[in-house]
Structure formats: C-alpha cells, structure tokens
Design a protein around this ligand. Structure first.
Ligand SMILES: *Cc1c(COP(=O)(O)O)cnc(C)c1O
Length: 378
C-alpha cells in the first residue's frame, strides 16, 4: 500500500484466487481452447494490469478489453502479451494498434474499408478479429455478403492479418438455451463459408463457457467469472467448478458514539433512534461506489451483520452497532468475515442491478491492494 493511503477504506484483490480460477478453467476446457481473460473496465474494477499479469501467469493466452484506451494503458504499463480490443475502435487507432501489436475488432465493412484506405507503411500489419452479429444486435456483420467483402479486403492487403472471428451471446446466462443455440448455429454457418479459417474462432462469454463447453471452439472470452462471480443466479446453480471470489471491500470504524433515543442520523434526518443506540461512522460513501440506494444494507463487524442506517453520504455512512466497538475495528462491506459473507449479488439485488455493475462502479478512489503471490502487498 502506498504510504499515502491513510484512509482505511480499501479493496483487497486476491490474485491467487484469479489464478486458481483460470487454472481450473483450463482443466475444464478442451485442450485446444485458449482462455482470453477479459480485463475491460479496469479488470471489472479489480485492477486491469495486475489481473492481466496474473491471468497470463495462470495460462491465459490473450487478454481483452473494450476500448482502445484500455489496450494502450495495458501496453504502457508493460503488458507484453496479446491484447484484443473487442469493442469498436476509431479508424485513426488502426495504425497505432498495428505498431503496438494490439488486435482490433472489425465491427462492419465500412470500418475496414476506411482502415484499408489509410496510409500504411511497408511492413505494418494489423491483427483483426471479424465480429459477427449473430443476434446481439450490437456490432458485427450480419450476412454472408458482408463477410465475403470483409474477408476479401483482409486477404488482398498485406497490412491485415486475419487472426480471429467471433460473436457474442445475448442471453447465455438464462435458463432457456434456445437463443444461444440459434446464435451459435448462425455464427457457425457464417464461419463455414470461409475458405480458410483464422487461428481463433470464438464465441463464449463466462456463462456460455461454464454452461456449454461444446461451444468452446478455439478460445473463450472469460470475464466476470474469472473474478469469482457467477454471471447470473441460474448459472451459479450449474457451475462446473468452484469460483473463488477475488475481491474484499473493507474499512474500519472511524468514530463510535452512543446516542440517546430520539436522535436523528445523517442528511434529511430520515433515521431516528428508537432507544439509546451505539452508532459507528464508516469512512466510505457514494463517491466510493457505496451507492445511496444501499441504505439499510448490512456490513460485517466482529463476524456479525449490522445495518447501515440513515442516508449514505458522499464520503461516510453510519452503522448501527449492538454494543460499543473500538475505533479501528475492521468492517467488511463485501467479502467474508467469520462465518458470514456479503456478496456483490446482495448489493445488486438491493439496487435492482447485476453484480457486473457493482464491480465496475467501485470507484478509483478506493485503493486496490493486491494480495497473493506476486501481489505487491502479500
Ligand atoms: C464483456 C464481454 C465479454 C465477457 O463477458 P462475461 O459475461 O463477463 O464473461 C465477452 N465478450 C465480449 C464481446 C464482451 O463485451
């Protein structure tokens, strides 16, 4: 931890958990299937560079991100392995991507034609993955004619390397498998029209990887579950191997007092004590990602659940204690303490969202402390 992190609010990220999940995944997947570790959005909030390094160590063959800037950041921080930008990149990024050996996605034919018309120096090669829209409706080619045009353009230029073709499932985390099967079939039909297949044909996200090993192909793009989180409750019930959670969010009691019955707590005076109550103050608030809607959510202190009371402030919030605890007492907001665990899913339910959104809205202001082998702070 940097000596400048005086505030006890921190996120512990266990790199051993991430490595162990990737190793289990490798064992579970067919031998020829490569793991592409998805580290977009700062590694789902966990820390992109550290997670990428851990993933490569554990056997991932590539990492992927959503935006060109995320890829640049990884290269700048010394990540030398293969990186794929899965989302659209501006045409102007193509030359830089070629120079830095970053693979990019072809979202449609116009993008490729515009990139092709750029000023390419002799010997410059851009690695491309062609995206097929098999039913997600986001980016990608939708028919045989566009695919033919794109592949011809790639093959007729010495500046493109046709490295991959992929699609993305819209509802692989749901019980009804029909949509996913239809998407897979449509994708494979288009892939089947290629005279020569690229090195990496890939389709699956975490949910499809865990539920449908038969769709694994040459690679899987493994995101949320690398961090130990199931894509949905349905998938959680079908998980083929244990997912170990990597993240713990913790802080300490910063202030403790006994207030008499009839006292008000926090903005708007919406919480009134009904008896003499011990109230603790936590140095974490909505500017850290502890959203205001989490009022009433429990935290773990002394291995027990205790509720947040009153409005959550920008930087602080209050917890109702059953008795006095000392300032400095450990508080776990997400993670395990004693026999209790608070999962992101619990926050997600309260906020009517999914754990993905919880993970990525834990703010940069919270320092990430990496634990486990090769963590800076083990
Ligand atoms: C985010 C993303 C993934 C990873 O999805 P998870 O559900 O987190 O595994 C895979 N592919 C694409 C194109 C994505 O955008």
């Amino acid at each position: 931890m940097s000596p400048l992190n005086y505030r006890p609010t921190k996120m512990l990220v266990n790199l051993d958990a991430i490595r162990s999940t990737i190793r289990k995944l490798t064992e579970y997947l067919p031998e020829k299937t490569m793991t592409i570790a998805v580290v977009k959005a700062n590694g789902y909030g966990h820390g992109d560079v550290e997670v990428a390094l851990a993933a490569f160590e554990a056997g991932a063959g590539m990492v992927s991100v959503a935006t060109p800037d995320e890829a640049l950041r990884l290269r700048e921080r010394g990540i030398k392995g293969d990186i794929l930008v899965m989302g659209p990149s501006p045409v102007s990024f193509a030359l830089i991507a070629a120079e830095l050996g970053i693979s990019v996605t072809v979202p449609d034919e116009n993008w490729l034609l515009a990139v092709n018309a750029r000023n390419w120096e002799v010997g410059m090669v851009l690695k491309v993955h062609v995206k097929i829209d098999s039913g997600m409706g986001r980016i990608g080619l939708r028919d045989k004619q566009s695919l033919e045009l794109v592949v011809d353009t790639i093959n007729n230029s010495e500046h493109f390397l046709f490295e991959g073709i992929f699609t993305h499932f819209a509802s692989a985390d749901e019980e009804d498998a029909t949509g996913t099967r239809n998407q897979f079939e449509k994708f494979m039909e288009l892939v089947g029209t290629l005279h020569e297949k690229p090195r990496l044909v890939h389709a699956s996200n975490s949910a499809a990887t865990l539920l449908y090993p038969e769709y694994a192909l040459d690679a899987v793009r493994f995101g949320i579950s690398m961090y130990g989180i199931a894509p949905s409750t349905y998938v959680e019930g079908k998980i083929p191997f244990h997912l170990e959670r990597a993240l713990t969010l913790e802080t300490e009691l910063a202030h403790v007092k006994k207030v008499p019955a009839g006292s008000f707590i926090s903005y708007g005076a919406t919480y009134e004590t009904t008896e003499d109550e011990w109230i603790g103050t936590l140095p974490i608030g909505y500017a850290d990602g502890l959203r205001r809607g989490l009022r009433g959510q429990e935290v773990l202190i002394d291995g027990k659940r205790m509720p947040l009371v009153g409005t959550i402030c920008m930087d602080q919030c209050m917890v109702k204690l059953p008795n006095e605890y000392p300032v400095g007492q450990k508080v776990v907001l997400l993670g395990v303490q004693g026999d209790e665990e608070i999962k992101m899913e619990e926050w997600a339910d309260r906020l009517d969202t999914i754990p993905y959104e919880i993970a990525v809205t834990l703010m940069k202001r919270i320092p990430r402390i990496f634990t486990g082998e090769n963590g800076q702070h083990n």
